[in-house]
Write a protein that binds this ligand. Structure first.
Ligand code: SF4
Length: 692
């Protein structure tokens, strides 16, 4: 029995997995002891991967209008319709909506097809829902979308600040690494900043139950505190940054009393946190969806980065701001430019980059301006401006905010193509053309995790039915659209080699993303490797104090914290999120009985006082409603939840629970800088629905 080294398809930790098919058809799963992300550990989701591989529910043949067709018919139909729509309405009338589940090679080809050859940047991704605010914050501060941290920094830090991150459930192996390090080094302190008292609180020394969108105020106040107490690093600020005075001017009125009023936190607790941060040299600030999924997400990111720049705590072991990504290949998608506002290989739509990428791809028709970000893309579809969309490996009818409006937009769109594994998802059910895509265990390619480490996903199962890898499907459509020469690939390794070459093309060191050290690497045996991988020895990101701005200095951003977000009169603020044992819309984890046993149905967490006031009893049904939709969920009455706030997971869809789609309640409000939707902040009402 052959064991295959591959990578977990769930969260951005990117754990190495050993998969061994057994004679009875089952697959034994174990953590890869040699993978630097997990050193053999797996969480509940990863260890149950073998229970999610059945072909039940799989889409095994292409379909047009519910009828089985050949691949040639399906590919020809897509290419013909896309070509005609582009000819009649222009390139901006078509779009691709991709996913952090795609492998880098898939992503690269989808981006190349749209931006290079169709001539539109209307290619966005569900990663817009996950980390777009971090991308924007990085670019504003560093001049590049660079995550400075490594996982070892979490073990070396003396203070870890977790902001809007339930690491215990959402990045469990990182949580385990921190817990193990803390057991070895009791002097390590952990601060949890989260409106809820989550499982992650079990390792926290201090929990700050911050009010909705209070993060900017908390970190603006911290910047002021660092300056007032002499805890900044003036030499670092002078040598390696710009904009400090303006950022400090914006912060100077934010004393602890004002921060307390804006965040709902006790002044003593704020003071304790500020003192800890000020006196501890090795500080890592980890942040995740609680920061990113906000209408002020980019400002929150920069408020955090400002504090690390002001204290010089970046680019050295055990310190730095650290955005942990949600998806297995959110980072790989960023690397290829698979966001509507990026061009390719970490290059934006600058005249120089357009010229460079156009020459590299030999693509004179290259897109010259950013395209529509996810929320805007579906809004344009609702207005009839997008006439054809190709959705890959994602389920926006459930995961987008204002999900009912997204469903209506897709229902009205003249051409909806969906490539995915399952015959039925709420999105697949709206497709005119269904394409059976290869799944985990069948796909061959690379992913990049939250610490910029590229790992191989390798196949260990045969392709079922007529399923094909995404890269193959994209290149076959591209060839039929007249781009055979530019899409002449036979293997994913050829695509990866081109991706590596583009990262190094005309790169004089002024771009962060550079894989030139992999030019001669053997794809099949590629071991997990962290970028930058330049031909010269890789150094710690920003270890030399040089950033990727024109003057090579990091930029402070002056932050004006938003006013506190309030519920509607008589209502609640709904915070959406995840549970330990499910992933996204459960298309894979929903197949494993033991994963569903943890949380069996959609629920809402509500404080006991609120539940008593509304007559909501433990485990009774609750109807949640907003201006955008409704959901029927079970009450989980708990004082982990603050009064006036609710928490509900986003996993359940119409495939698993009637009227359980939580994102149908959330408005399509976005961060103006990043375009990331504020999925953690909806105004809703709750009422008892029926007795149990
Ligand atoms: Fe997979 Fe994330 Fe769990 Fe690791 S921590 S096994 S990557 S879900």
């Amino acid at each position: 029995m052959k064991t295959t080294r591959t990578t977990c398809p769930y969260c951005g930790v990117g754990c190495g997995v050993l998969a061994t098919p057994q004679p009875d058809g089952s697959v034994t799963i174990a953590g890869d002891p040699d993978h630097p992300a997990n050193f053999g550990r797996l969480c509940s989701k990863g260890s149950a991967l073998g229970e999610t591989l059945s072909l039940d529910g799989r889409l095994l043949h292409p379909e047009i209008a519910d009828k089985r067709v050949t691949w040639d018919e399906a590919l020809g139909h897509i290419a013909g319709r896309f070509t005609r729509i582009i000819a009649e309405h222009g390139p901006d009338a078509v779009a691709i909506y991709g996913s952090g589940q795609l492998l880098t090679e898939d992503y690269y080809l989808a981006n190349k097809l749209m931006k290079g050859f169709v001539g539109t940047a209307n290619i966005d991704t569900n990663s817009r829902l996950c980390m777009a605010s971090s991308v924007a914050g990085h670019k504003r501060a560093f001049g590049s979308d660079t995550v400075p941290g490594n996982y070892e920094d979490l073990e070396q830090a003396d203070l870890i600040v977790l902001v809007g991150s339930n690491l215990g459930w959402c990045h469990p192996v990182l949580y385990q690494r921190i817990a193990a390090a803390r057991a070895q080094r009791p002097e390590m302190k952990i601060v949890l900043i989260d409106p809820r008292r989550t499982v992650t609180n079990e390792i926290a020394d201090l929990h700050l139950p911050i009010g909705p969108d209070g993060d900017s105020a908390l970190f603006v106040g911290l910047l002021a505190h660092l300056a007032q107490t002499g805890a900044t690093d003036p030499a670092y600020i002078a040598a390696h940054t710009s904009g400090f005075d303006a950022a400090l001017l914006a912060a100077e009125d934010w004393d602890i009393a004002r921060v307390a009023a804006a965040t709902g936190l006790a002044p003593l607790a704020i003071s304790h946190f500020y003192d800890l941060f000020a006196r501890t040299e090795k500080v890592v600030t980890v942040y995740s969806q609680g920061v990113n999924q906000s209408a002020a997400g980019s400002d929150k990111v920069n408020a955090i980065i400002n504090c690390h720049l002001a204290s010089g705590r970046i680019g050295r072991p055990g310190m730095g701001p650290f955005s942990v990504t949600g998806q297995p290949n959110a980072m790989g998608g960023r690397e290829v430019g698979g966001l509507a506002n990026m061009l390719a290989a970490h290059m934006d739509f600058t005249p120089e980059a357009i010229d460079r990428v156009s020459r590299f791809w030999d693509a004179p028709n290259i897109a010259r301006k950013p395209g529509l970000k996810a929320v805007d893309l579906f809004a344009a579809m609702a207005r009839g401006e997008i006439k054809a969309v190709w959705i890959m490996a994602t389920n926006p009818v459930d995961s987008m905010p204002d999900a009912d409006a997204v469903r209506a937009a897709l229902a009205a769109c003249p051409l909806v193509v969906v490539s995915d594994m399952n015959r039925h998802t709420d999105t697949m059910d709206l497709a005119h053309i269904r394409l059976p895509a290869a799944g985990w265990g069948e796909k061959d390619g690379t992913v990049t995790n939250s610490e910029r480490r590229i790992s191989r996903q390798r196949p260990f199962l045969p392709l079922p039915g007529e399923a094909r890898p995404d890269w193959w499907i994209i290149k076959e459509v591209a060839r039929r659209m007249g781009h055979a020469k530019a899409f002449d690939y036979e293997t994913p390794s050829e695509i990866f080699a081109e991706h590596v070459a583009l990262s190094a093309f005309d790169n004089d060191g002024s771009r962060d993303f550079d894989l030139s050290g992999l030019i001669d690497a053997d794809y099949d045996t590629l071991a997990p490797v962290q970028w930058p991988i330049r031909t010269r020895p890789a150094a710690r990101m920003f270890g030399d104090g040089r950033f990727f701005t024109p003057d090579r200095k990091a930029r402070f951003v002056a932050i004006q914290p938003p006013p506190p977000f309030a519920p509607a009169p008589g209502g609640f603020i709904l915070n959406t999120g995840r549970v330990r044992d499910h992933w996204h819309t459960m298309t894979r984890t929903g197949k494993a009985a033991r994963l569903s046993a943890h949380m069996a149905e959609p629920f809402v967490e509500i404080h006991p006082d609120d539940a008593a006031r509304l007559g909501i009893r433990r485990a009774s049904l609750v109807r949640l409603s907003s201006r955008h939709g409704t959901a029927l969920v079970r009450a989980l009455v708990t004082d982990r939840q603050q009064r006036g706030q609710l928490f509900a997971p986003m996993h359940w869809t119409d495939q698993f629970a009637s009227n359980g789609r939580i994102d149908a309640l959330v408005p399509g409000k976005t961060d103006p800088v990043s375009g990331q939707p504020a999925l953690k902040m909806a105004q809703v009402h709750a009422e008892p629905a029926a007795m149990r």
